[in-house]
Design a protein around this ligand. Structure first.
Ligand SMILES: Nc1ncnc2c1ncn2[C@@H]1O[C@H](COP(=O)(O)OP(=O)(O)OP(=O)(O)O)[C@@H](O)[C@H]1O
Length: 442
């Protein structure tokens, strides 16, 4: 599993998703970063309200993100234009400060030149008085000596002044460069426009690009709520294809019409079989199916666009335990068959543990620990992960009798300090250095 040549398919960088509700701001996702490799199952776990769903929805662009970036197959798919703007502003403030610092350096250097001249004048004044006396005494030899001395003082001072003036010129040039770097407002607007065109348009108006919609699909927790009750299974499954077809220009659609119908039907029939249902189910409506069957329909619907990435948000939580394993097995089979990558969101760790290659543990909008799933299960470091894992029941009566949930006191954790620390290869923990060291030693 741990292979350095793994290809990153999804990268989430400093993702923030905050919601304003009245006066309060809910930081549903707060500065979360992680990456998912092609072909793996990345389990995102945490208790209800920790921000897992919001993370998934932000990735699939159901929200305009508050801050951060998301890259899918190396292409930036999400960035908040306001956050670009604020970053540029910060840069400008930084440059302004730098200019101020340099201006005061110039002042300092000018002061030094002034001080040198004062010191020189004081010295020379005394010598000149002496000269007047010597002139009266007509002592030419001594006179010459003092004149030489004054010349010496002057040349020494001039050398110093030349050096200082050179520095001043250099700093002034730097100030000009800084000022040129500091964009005026119209340049700023231009830069933002450039950044915008650099991104898929979807990023900014929250419409989704064609490619992205096809490549990235979602499976939801409650298939009944996510399947339109008034649509037949056939049309539900075909929805992704139909949307993309309807987006095509009319002329192209007319040309394709016949072959599209055929291909569509072919694909639907193939998929209904693949997910373990029957062709004759296609004319029925969602309410005629059991929970497990409805989830199979949801899976077929996700597969119709040939995605390579699927976000499965609690896909088995609403199902009977007996059905859960069936759906998980089906998803695993499809993963191999179609070369899929999964982001598998779940609050119940007992199943995720068996299917995840890598894992992220969320708590209060933060990703507190992530990386290789085995490492995290066998050697959890963050106190929240330890507590969460201790809550998983095991099919072992002796263990169960002694099992106690490890208490977790979040007040001890400095969530806003520190960053991610790699405690072993592909195993990252959020905290300050001291915290992580202490947790490791526990
Ligand atoms: N649209 C929204 N407006 C305001 N607050 C929201 C919104 N969506 C989510 N939240 C809040 O953000 C926090 C994280 O919610 P989220 O649904 O992402 O958590 P979760 O870990 O997926 O939990 P669950 O398993 O219960 O769905 C919660 O406090 C929730 O109330």
């Amino acid at each position: 599993m741990a292979n350095d040549k793994r290809e990153v398919i999804l990268e989430v960088k400093n993702l923030k998703q905050h919601f304003k509700t009245g006066k309060k701001t809910v930081k549903a996702v707060d500065d979360v970063s992680f990456e998912i490799y092609k072909g793996e199952t990345f389990g995102l776990v945490g208790e209800s309200g920790s921000g897992k769903t919001t993370t998934g929805r932000s990735i699939i662009k159901l929200y305009n993100i508050t801050d951060g970036e998301v890259f899918f197959k190396g292409k930036r798919t999400s960035v908040n234009p306001k956050s670009i703007q604020s970053r540029i502003k910060k840069l400008q403030v930084g440059i302004t400060r730098e200019v101020e610092r340099k201006l005061s350096l110039v002042e300092e250097l000018e002061q030094k030149i002034y001080d040198l001249r004062i010191a020189r004048n004081a010295k020379v004044r005394d010598l000149k008085e002496e000269i007047e006396l010597l002139k009266e005494r007509k002592s030419n030899r001594k006179l010459n000596k003092i004149n030489d001395k004054i010349e010496e003082i002057d040349s020494e001072m001039n050398q110093k002044i030349v050096k200082l003036e050179d520095r001043i010129i250099k700093v002034q040039e730097e100030i000009e460069q800084d000022k040129a770097r500091n964009l005026n407002n119209s340049d700023l607007e231009k830069l933002i426009e450039e950044l915008k065109t650099d991104l898929p348009k979807a990023t900014l108006d929250n419409k989704v690009t064609e490619e992205f919609t096809m490549d990235l699909q979602m499976i939801f927790q409650d298939p009944m709520a996510s399947l339109n009750p008034r649509m037949t299974v056939r049309n539900i499954i075909a929805e992704g294809l139909d949307i993309s077809y309807k987006r095509k220009p009319r002329a192209e659609r007319q040309k394709l019409a016949e072959s599209y119908k055929e291909k569509r039907e072919e694909k639907i029939e193939k998929l209904i079989n693949i997910v373990g249902l029957d062709k004759e189910h296609l004319n029925r409506y969602p309410h005629e199916f059991s929970g497990g069957q409805r989830q199979r329909i949801g899976i077929a619907r996700a597969l119709i666009t040939n995605p390579d990435f699927i976000i499965a948000d609690e896909p088995i939580s609403a199902l009977d335990v007996s059905i859960q394993a069936q759906v998980v097995n089906l998803m695993n089979k499809l993963k191999d068959e179609f070369g899929l990558t999964y982001l598998f969101i779940a609050h119940d760790l007992s199943m995720v543990r068996f299917i995840s290659d890598r894992l992220g543990v969320m708590h209060l909008g933060k990703l507190v620990e992530y990386g290789d799933a085995d490492k995290i299960y066998n050697n959890p470091v963050h106190p929240y992960t330890k507590s969460l894992l201790s809550a998983i029941p095991l099919p072992d009566p002796d263990y169960e009798q002694g099992r106690r949930r490890i208490k977790y006191d979040k007040t001890y954790i400095a969530y806003n300090a520190g960053g991610y620390h790699e405690v072993s290869k592909d195993h990252f923990v959020l905290g300050t250095k001291e915290e992580v060291e202490a947790w490791k030693a526990e």
